[in-house]
Write a protein that binds this ligand. Structure first.
Ligand SMILES: C[S@@+](CC[C@H](N)C(=O)[O-])C[C@H]1O[C@@H](n2cnc3c(N)ncnc32)[C@H](O)[C@@H]1O
Length: 206
């Protein structure tokens, strides 16, 4: 039976943060070179089609831990007709090895604070294992700096997260950087983003 239902989900945050994130990616990702990009926690799939369409030389692999979300990601791919994006695959950052070969870029947007700390450890381990030499890990989300929230709104957001799951929460940037270093991922840059978020870029050492 034909399914004419539009299965695309919409996350308001994606509409707000896509352009600012693209501006940072433009500074760090090669525009005219074939690269393999692995997107962790692709969520609705909106980011995947938006970024893949802006990096036509990239082969974009969206992944999502929640199998139910694959329907929306696939619907976004089908609707956009962007050709350099692969069907979504399941990926739990804590399960190693990840079901992929080497990649040039790993992206994880808004995952670290909405998952257990063990997921950050798993993310760093997986990125360290699967990134090629000089490959990049890009993170986006809210962080604490030297143990302190960077805005009052993040204090409230942190409480909201902890009510949902006591193991979730806004992480210390310095702890994330030190976890990355354990897996050969060198911190390159932290950039302030709108709405008290940050971009963080790491490079896989040779
Ligand atoms: C707030 S959503 C972010 C989705 C998307 N990146 C965005 O910005 O809209 C948090 C994401 O963390 C993912 N996540 C939670 N635990 C995970 C795990 N163990 N492995 C991979 N992803 C996980 C969820 O599946 C979900 O996609």
């Amino acid at each position: 039976m034909m399914n004419n239902q539009d299965l695309r989900q919409f996350a308001p945050a994606c509409a707000r943060n896509s352009e600012p994130i693209l501006a940072v990616l433009n500074d760090h990702l090669p525009k005219d070179q074939k690269i393999n990009v692995l997107e962790i926690a692709a969520g609705t799939g909106e980011h995947a089609v938006f970024f893949a369409s802006n990096f036509p030389h990239a082969k974009w692999q969206p992944t999502e831990f929640n199998q139910e979300a694959h329907k929306s990601i696939q619907a976004w791919i089908d609707h956009s007709q962007v050709s350099n994006i692969l069907p979504p695959i399941g990926l739990d950052v804590c399960q190693h090895p990840w079901p992929i070969n080497k990649v040039d870029v790993v992206l994880a947007i808004n995952m670290i604070h909405i998952s257990d700390w063990s997921c950050t450890e798993g993310l760093m381990k997986g990125a360290g294992n699967h990134l090629s030499s000089d490959g990049l890990l890009y993170l986006y989300g809210p962080y604490k700096r030297e143990g302190k929230h960077t805005a009052e709104s993040n204090v409230d957001f942190n409480s909201w997260l902890k009510e949902r799951n006591p193991k979730w929460g806004i992480r210390d940037m310095e702890e994330v950087i030190s976890e990355a270093a354990k897996h050969g991922l060198e911190h390159q840059k932290t950039e302030e983003m709108p709405a008290n978020n940050f971009s963080m870029v790491f490079k896989k050492l040779s």
